[in-house]
Design a protein around this ligand. Sequence first.
Ligand code: KIV
Length: 262
Amino acid sequence: MNSTDFQRAKLEGRKLSMVTCYDYTFARLLAASAIDAILVGDSAAMVMHGYPNTLSAGTELMRVHTAAVARGAAGKFLVADMPFLSFRKGVAAALDAASALMTAGAHAVKLEGVDGHEDVVQRLVESGIPVMGHLGLQPQSVHACGGFRVQGRSEDSAREIARHTAALERLGAFAIVLECVPANLAREISESVRIPVIGIGAGLGCDGQILVLQDLLGMNPDFHPKFARPFLDGARCVLDALGRFDEAIKTGTFPAPEESYS
Ligand code: KIV
């Protein structure tokens, strides 16, 4: 899979699957899976580092996670998130951030919004860096949009998302993530462009879906937004294993003779 395969998949009516990943161990598992592509999301700040939002994922943090995933996920198409404000300080600063991610092993970058940084999107594309857009709920603007809320419910807001989608397509983006918008709007938007729209909390009408890996594995029982279906009770699996390990130590059954050196 590469950025041009994204558009081919849409043309052929094939749904695209993406998940986030932040580390080498899970990257190796994803490499062995059927998942089409991986996002090293700036959600790393929340999922891996416990911050309340994505603003703390700076370029160095994103570079380190991207490099770790790239070492484990050979053969998978890898998109990395451009950090908060890294594409709002002009083209040169954006190219520096993109360079850090691409030399760490990313094959494309993702950035939120489009108004005011059209020049950055255009220059990245002209520089041979595939760009994925991110519209709807833009977590880097969490303080401006009143929290992590569904977007596009009003006519004005829906029109803005449609306008931004068209702008990103015109500027050469190869795909767009559309986060937390009503399903009927997401379907209309997906049908309005030739590039694939990858939904998260955006219903079935998108050209593909993405979820945060830890959400789909059910690793955090305290966090279950409506759209994040857990495909595994990961937290229980981990706690069961830890419980059995603890018990084996305390009952003197671990390590067994065959797990010890003579
Ligand atoms: O950083 C992230 O995890 C994302 C997904 C929500 C698409 O951008």
